[in-house]
Design a protein around this ligand. Sequence first.
Ligand code: DP6
Length: 426
Amino acid sequence: MADTGNKKQKLVHTSGAPIYMETSSAPTNIATIKYWGKADAKWNTPINDSVSVTLNQDDLKAVTTVAASTAFENDRLWLNGEEEEGAADNKRFRACVDGVRALATEKKDDDGKVLVTKEDWSKMKIHVSSYNTFPTAAGLASSAAGYAALVAALALLFGAKEEFPGQLTSIARQGSGSACRSLSGGFVAWRKGGKKEDWSDSLAEQVADENHWPEIRAVIMVVSDAKKDTSSTAGMSTSVETSLLLKHRADTVVSQRMEAIEKAFLAKDFETFGQLTMADSNQFHATCLDTYPPIFYMNDVSKSIIRIIHVYNKWAGKIQAAYTFDAGPNAVIFTLEEHAVEVGALMLHYYPEFGDKYVNNPDFEKKIKDFKLDKDLLEATDKTGREPKSGEVKMMYYTSSGPGPQRLTDTILNLDPTTGLNTYKK
Ligand code: DP6
């Protein structure tokens, strides 16, 4: 993990007991080959490999402060400033805290004096405060960023030492599957594993870092949706039980796609990368439709975006933009820097501004507003039947690929240094 320098500070609880504290941020990620379906619910392992692009934390991230002290009475968790009652008993939370604590090492001061032994850590209770810099309800993989930030902060706090490479990702996976891919930057694969009985080989591995293909961009359309979605966990379980297409996908399709997309990413071949990304998103949503009863994550707005992107690529004569949709109606459109303004302008044309701060990045907003879209392109995209209409997309994000978790200098960011209580306010 990148270390931006840790301010030296001794924190002491009002009772006199020391408080140990660390803060880490972590990115969200968007899969281009999707994880859908669990092989083993207890270990939270997948039926197929998956791979994702880590997004830039300048635009979207989770920031998590963790503290340990003998002065704390219970494990406690605050999310976006609100305490989650009973969260400390939650299976996913426990797997992360106990999993990282099992890898703890002793903590020494500058003179080499032992402050906390490995055993001492288990006598302390843990406080956690985490917030997202993007709306949790926007459905932008907030659990991936959240659990990755939790594991990264705990690893710092306990001085965790992995017994094998990727062990921390196997712990984050038990928080939320997709979280294991948020512990690295760039392009990250989750190998399904399964050769080991305890599934310790189900872990994430970086395919290429964020500097390998720096021109990759994502335009995210946060599509309004009043309905409550089927959660990923519940949806996956019904799909595994009922969808023959999902079985076929996991048995034969994904392994070929994984190989091809990793090769394409390494070769910076956007055509292949984009084609596979769109095909895999479509197949994932087809498995949802093949689930009985069916699950619908995309809505008509999502589908209109798909149509426009295909017409855009046809007009360009090559794949310049590639959509992908997770378990919700939001579109993530991958493109390259050279086409990002055009793609953004096209989206803004059909899904015009709605409310304040519609676009997260003011510079990009100005560029897409000023951009003159080609007449022939608009004539072709108009034929999809979409007419410019605001209100159906809540927000647009423009972002790039970025690094994995970062240690933050301000270790007392979300928790009070003398009480260990939450200080973060929304
Ligand atoms: C459609 O990682 O949220 O985004 O392991 O049950 O927490 P749990 O599921 P989660 O599922 C993500 C599904 C997806 C595809 C993906 O990210 O690969």
